[in-house]
Design a protein around this ligand. Structure first.
Ligand code: FAD
Ligand code: NAD
Length: 464
């Protein structure tokens, strides 16, 4: 039986990153992945293909709306097959890169489904061939997550789909209803709307992008509506049936029945931890009420078995999964390993992008914290005006007494890059004044973050 210091089940951002860090620290590592490609949800059917489509469709949108810049591109057309070919190329390139990195670290890749077989043992069942068992001093579960299905909207892989199929449509759906106005609903809703689909996003909560600060979510809703997306918030989808070749969704809005007609329905109501067939019962691990593996600093209730990424509590994000991977490898190697979940940024890659970190104004109020708020509107930012990107704002929340930064929320072109600046300041315990006194290059949209921080002490230069 092959023996390793560490066996990792799942080759997504949590698993492969954890494997690389463990190998850097001198451990022998086996990485078990059931699919032929490493990279998990994020690389194969998540972050990367969605960002490739968002980029291509934004380019299409810009080209088709270039008149005021003097760009008169007539009859700009979209070739969906080519668009998908490029997306696949991007994914392929990164798949090769990840495999190369893992192999260079001499990590043993086992292709097959991993299941716990008892103390220190994992059985690998390849798609073809016999199952075999390997041994590890420590085992990390990094099996990720899968889309949540609604009981009355079962995925059929064709008309009622999850994000995986919505990244693969071979033609632009005439009418697309998106159930759920979170990250997936907004990103993929925007992709298909930009290509001419009539997209309606139906969200159960009072705002879309519900994890963001309310000011930002409300502004996002106005901006996306202006872009042509139909958005119905505070609306609960309750049923669906097929009539005359089209789908009719039933929903309830403020006690009133509403219906939507759709050719395709994207159900994007969250993801759930993936633990099926892992054999958790063999080692006495019980999942929580949401199917996640309970952990304490990544340790499960079973000795020498750890869990990381989407399969445990915390934001279901690739960068969080990666940080979990690094921390668990360091802990297993006897070093300190830690992730501060309060400082994990959240980004929705629409145009403009929505990015946030730390507390929202409501969270601060719920915690009865005395805070000061600074805001800056992109209408007063030179770079935003120059590049026709004035739709947006920045909001900074700081402790009223100490001025320590507690939260930042941004809706702006390039917000995904800007938020790193806020995270860095917050990681080192920075204050709004620290951020406000940091020199930002001019002209950049990032200057609006500095100005929002300055506005806390009423010293914003370009704001009144
Ligand atoms: P996963 O990436 O799900 O990887 C788990 C791996 O384990 C999979 O490869 C699976 O095949 C394998 N596996 C499962 N069970 C077994 C088993 N028994 N044996 C062997 N292998 C097994 N996050 C961001 O931060 N930014 C984004 O822009 C972003 N965009 C997204 C877009 C979409 C459409 C989706 C669906 C998700 C997106 N996410 C994004 C979320 C991100 O993909 C996840 O948070 C991240 O992939 C979680 O990493 P993980 O390693 O924990 O799990
Ligand atoms: P989500 O939790 O972000 O949003 C789901 C939305 O669906 C919620 O707002 C919820 O209120 C709504 N909803 C639930 N039931 C409903 C119903 N019956 N009718 C109408 N609305 C309903 O989940 P998601 O968008 O599916 O994304 C899944 C996970 O993947 C998330 O954890 C997300 O963070 C991650 N992800 C991240 C990114 C990114 O970082 N850019 C992109 C895509 C996905």
């Amino acid at each position: 039986m092959e023996k390793f210091d560490l066996i990792i089940i799942g080759g997504g951002p949590a698993g492969y990153v954890g494997g690389i860090r463990a190998a850097q620290l001198g451990l022998s590592v086996a990485l078990i992945e059931k699919y032929p490609h490493l990279g998990g949800t994020c690389l194969n059917v998540g972050c990367i293909p969605s960002k490739a489509l968002l980029h291509s469709t934004e380019l299409f949108h810009q080209l088709s709306h270039g008149e005021k810049h003097g760009i008169l591109a007539e009859s700009v057309k979209i070739d969906v097959a080519k668009l998908m070919e490029r997306k696949t190329g991007v994914v392929d390139q990164l798949r090769k890169g990840v495999r190369m990195l893992v192999e260079k670290r001499k990590i043993a890749i086992h292709t097959g489904t991993g299941s716990l077989a008892g103390k220190g043992q994992v059985t690998v069942t390849p798609e073809k061939g016999d199952a075999y068992t390997i041994e590890g001093k420590d085992i990390v579960i990094a099996t990720g997550s899968a889309p949540v299905e609604l009981p009355f909207l079962k995925f059929d892989g064709k008309d009622i789909v999850s994000s995986t199929e919505a990244l693969e449509f071979t033609e632009v759906p005439k009418r697309l209803v998106v159930v759920g106005g979170g990250a997936i609903g907004l990103e993929l809703g925007c992709v298909w709307a930009r290509l001419g689909s009539e997209v309606t996003v139906v969200e159960f909560l009072p705002t879309i992008a519900a994890g963001s600060d309310e000011d930002v979510s409300k502004l996002a809703e106005r901006i996306f509506k202006k872009q042509g997306l139909k958005i119905d918030t505070a609306t609960k989808v309750t049923g669906a049936s097929k009539k005359d070749g089209a789908w009719v969704l039933e929903a309830e809005k403020k006690g009133k029945a509403v219906t939507y007609t759709a050719d395709k329905i994207l159900v994007a109501v969250g993801r759930k931890a993936h633990t099926g067939g892992l054999g958790l019962d063999k080692v006495g691990i019980q999942t929580d009420d949401r199917g996640r593996i309970p952990t304490d600093h990544f340790r499960t209730t079973a000795e020498h078995i750890w869990a990381i990424g989407d399969v445990i509590t915390g934001p279901m994000l690739a960068h969080k999964a990666e940080e979990d991977g690094v921390a668990v490898a360091e802990l297993i190697a006897g070093k300190p390993g830690h992730v501060d979940y309060n400082l994990v940024p959240n980004v929705i890659y629409t145009h403009p992008e929505i990015a946030s970190v730390g507390l929202t104004e409501k969270m601060a109020a719920d915690q009865k914290r005395d805070v000061k708020i600074g805001k800056f509107n992109l209408m007063a930012n030179g770079r935003a005006i120059a590049q026709d990107a004035t739709d947006g704002m920045v909001k900074v929340i700081a402790d009223a007494k100490t001025d320590r930064l507690l939260g930042v929320a941004i809706i702006a072109a390039g917000a995904s890059e800007m938020i790193a600046n806020a995270v860095a300041h917050m990681t080192y315990g920075g204050s709004a004044e620290d951020l406000g006194r940091t020199v930002h290059a001019h002209p950049t949209i990032s200057e609006s973050l500095k100005e929002a921080a300055l506005s806390i002490s009423k010293s914003a230069i370009h704001g009144i």
